[in-house]
Design a protein. Structure first.
Length: 212
């Protein structure tokens, strides 16, 4: 039995990446060898990291009591880390908003981007990756077309996700499905979206065999 964590990072009911999340869950519903859980970043209590985090870490090191806002942040961080650590496969369903990822998804990444958890520093200052056995699936939606050489550098959502999880954390980007151009080409939108959603469904259906 493989544990799959699906990180849902869009709270727009009609958002295309929301539909990609729905399509993935639909395609995976009959998988018998997968234990699938959802972490909805818009439904979780996820305070942004800042001074409270560094203050809390110092207090924990000195065995001092935390303030309420510090404890709240550390509890949220631990909840995300626990869900992430448990998973064999992590699926991210997320949009491109203003050329980057939603702030809530960034906060989730900030929670797990932690020395001693996803990586550590060696005595010589180099980095060692600690969770290279995990596999990542990226389900990304963007209304414009960013897959061309001219525009690819403007995409700081999918590129960023690959840089963090595939690069810094050393995890395998197992699959990457992008739906793009539906806003730029409205006459083609229905076809673009449905073809992309069917690809997501098929990918989810195939997970059982791939990880059995």
């Amino acid at each position: 039995m493989k544990n799959v964590l699906v990180v849902k990072a869009n709270n727009r009911p009609d958002g295309i990446s929301t539909k990609m999340y729905d399509a993935f869950m639909e395609g995976a519903e009959d998988n018998k060898n997968l234990n699938i859980e959802t972490y909805d970043v818009f439904a979780q209590d996820m305070p942004y990291i800042g001074h409270e985090l560094f203050s809390a870490l110092g207090k924990i090191q000195n065995e001092e009591a935390l303030e309420a806002d510090e404890q709240r942040l550390m509890d949220a961080k631990q909840k995300a880390m626990d869900a992430f650590e448990k998973a064999d496969v992590i699926v991210f369903a997320f949009p491109l908003w203003n050329l980057t990822i939603p702030a809530r998804l960034q906060t989730f990444i900030d929670y797990v981007y932690s020395a001693g958890f996803t990586f550590k520093y060696n005595p010589d200052g180099s980095m060692a990756q600690l969770m290279t056995d995990k596999k990542i699936i990226l389900l990304n939606a963007r209304g414009g077309v960013y897959s061309t050489p001219e525009a690819s550098g403007m995409d700081m959502s999918n590129n960023y996700m690959k840089a963090v999880f595939g690069g810094v954390f050393g995890m395998e980007i197992f699959n990457e499905i992008v739906i793009e151009g539906h806003n730029a080409m409205p006459q083609e939108a229905a076809r673009i979206i449905e073809e992309g959603l069917e690809t997501v469904r098929e990918s989810a259906r195939e997970l059982d065999a791939q990880f059995a």
